[in-house]
Design a protein around this ligand. Structure first.
Ligand code: FES
Length: 132
């Protein structure tokens, strides 16, 4: 009789990137990200550094790879600048593509219909942002 094995869980694409943080990694204090603001977190150094950003909106946190689906470039030009002027959308500062905050869908611009790659984040009881 052949014993069945549970299927292996496939990692998400962001987990396969060089220098990706492990699930459970504390990335910083929640209050380092202003409410209705955004902040970048970088793991590693050099061209292969893992760059992600977190947006706080209406009591929730959303994490994404800092990689625009248009040209695979970082979205920001200035530090921590990931939102539209009214703060209601994520905006790529390279060619001004606009994305929803809650699911990273591009709704206007050069890559309409594609999505930012989500990196799951949560907040632990000590007020730390954690991967996963
Ligand atoms: S690289 Fe983001 S819109 Fe072109």
């Amino acid at each position: 009789m052949i014993e069945e094995q549970a299927p292996a869980t496939l990692p998400n694409a962001w987990q396969l990137r060089p220098q990706a943080p492990a699930i459970g990694t504390a990335i910083g204090r929640l209050d380092a990200v202003a409410e209705d603001g955004s902040k970048e977190f970088v793991f590693g150094v050099g061209l292969n550094a893992f760059r992600m950003f977190v947006v706080r909106r209406e009591g929730r946190c959303f994490g994404y790879l800092n990689l625009c689906p248009h040209y695979s470039l970082p979205l920001n030009v200035r530090a921590d600048e990931f939102l539209s002027r009214d703060g209601a959308r994520i905006m790529c500062r390279r060619h001004l593509a606009v994305f929803t905050i809650d699911d990273g869908l591009c709704i206007d611009g050069a890559c309409t219909g594609s999505k930012l790659e989500a990196v799951p984040v949560s907040v632990d009881q000590a007020g730390m942002l954690v991967i996963g």
